[in-house]
Ligand binder design. Structure first.
Ligand SMILES: CC(C)(COP(=O)(O)OP(=O)(O)OC[C@H]1O[C@@H](n2cnc3c(N)ncnc32)[C@H](O)[C@@H]1OP(=O)(O)O)[C@@H](O)C(=O)NCCC(=O)NCCS
Length: 344
């Protein structure tokens, strides 16, 4: 079913601020049954953070400009009509002190234009700034819907003000405490670069080019699998998988790595999440197998084994391991993608 064929008992809701984060929108006090449909955008509007909030900050607004070169991006949700009253309340769009007004807009989606409800600010204060945790919600949602990278970067660069209530950021972001494994989306590249660089900074066996390798794999379209883990909306883990070639001509083999978990988050199971996620993705893609270079005591947990019949020139055989995912037993010299030579 396309977005233009919404069942009668539901409404399409265009979220462009913190409600783009489905974990936030699906909170019991908002719209627990809201189902993400896909990305959407509306032209003739601009994104501002000037809606005066009772917590002393600025919240997002989809402000009408009439200029068709302006565009607000967001996420489209299908929301039961029965949840709309609760959502109006959560958005402060009901009662005498209403700060938002529910309205109808025509959004552009992958399957054409669709009518959706959204909330626009009625109480604006242009000098207000958002709190960082609020921007964090918006960014979680923007990544979830794969909004354009430059749009996400512009949100990241928004000026913020510190929240005077010290406990609020933790309370607000507690919904993201469970590590979330997801595919890389546009807008993640810079955070992955920084995470990889930081993770390998003090690793003794590293030549400190891993962040360049990931960048170059992406540029070459060779990131066959790229998964990230977020905690509290922050990217703390990443794994890259790219195709390898084997001198005997075997096909469907991949190399896993670099894999990075931010030092502060290591030994909490995030590496395990990434490893299992990457192996599942390779199985789903009907890969023949996967090789990697690393400490055998760690990778044998994921059934990687030493493989004397496969050679990666210049590295000790004990550290080069393989996992066969099909009935394939290749023999020969393994070559990683040329992006592994990247030094900048
Ligand atoms: C290797 C790495 C991805 C593991 O991530 P993690 O989130 O810490 O791993 P998990 O929490 O799932 O597993 C932790 C367990 O693995 C062990 N472990 C972690 N790294 C290990 C290593 N290099 N060698 C042996 N064991 C290791 C830990 O001792 C811990 O053991 P325990 O469960 O008995 O306490 C992470 O430590 C990392 O980013 N390291 C720096 C970068 C790196 O070396 N990457 C691998 C080469 S590309």
């Amino acid at each position: 079913m396309s977005v233009t064929e919404a069942p009668a008992e539901t409404l399409l809701y265009f979220a462009y601020g913190s409600n783009m984060s489905s974990l936030r929108l699906q909170h019991a006090t908002r719209a627990p049954s809201a189902m993400p449909v896909g990305p959407a955008s509306v032209s003739g509007y601009r994104l501002a953070f000037h809606k005066a909030s009772i917590d002393g900050s600025g919240k997002a607004d989809c402000e009408h400009t009439g200029d068709l070169t302006d565009r607000v991006f967001g996420g489209l949700f299908r929301v039961p009509v029965a949840d709309i009253a609760a959502l109006d309340k959560a958005e402060g769009a009901s009662g005498t002190k209403a700060g938002y007004r529910r309205t109808e807009v025509v959004v552009d989606t992958d399957s054409g234009p669709a009518k959706a409800v959204t909330y626009v600010a009625t109480n604006k204060q242009p000098d207000l700034l958002p709190y960082p945790w609020y921007i964090q919600h918006v960014l979680v949602g923007a990544r979830e819907f794969g909004l354009p990278a430059e749009y996400i970067v512009a949100i990241q660069r928004r000026a913020t003000q510190s929240d005077p209530k010290p406990s609020r950021p933790t309370e607000e972001l507690s919904i993201y405490a469970t590590p979330l494994l997801r595919r890389e989306v546009p807008g993640d590249a810079q955070a992955i670069h920084e995470l990889t660089m930081l993770t390998f900074e003090d690793v003794p066996h590293s030549v400190h080019t891993e962040h360049f390798i990931v960048d170059q794999l992406r540029i070459a379209g060779a990131l066959s699998v790229s998964l990230v883990v977020e905690v509290h909306g922050k990217l703390v883990g990443h794994v890259a998988v790219s195709p390898v070639t084997i001198s005997d001509g075997s096909s469907g083999w991949y190399g896993l790595g670099p894999i990075s978990v931010s030092p502060a988050y290591q030994r909490q199971g995030i590496g395990t999440l990434l490893m299992n996620g990457a192996i599942s993705a390779l199985r789903a893609a009907k890969a023949s197998g996967c090789v990697l270079l690393g400490d055998p005591t760690y990778y044998q947990r994921f059934s990687f084994l030493g493989c004397p019949e496969l050679v990666l020139p210049g590295v000790p055989a004990a550290y080069f391991q393989a996992l066969s995912l099909a009935d394939s037993r290749p023999q020969g010299t393994v070559s990683y993608h040329k992006a592994f030579d990247a030094t900048e």
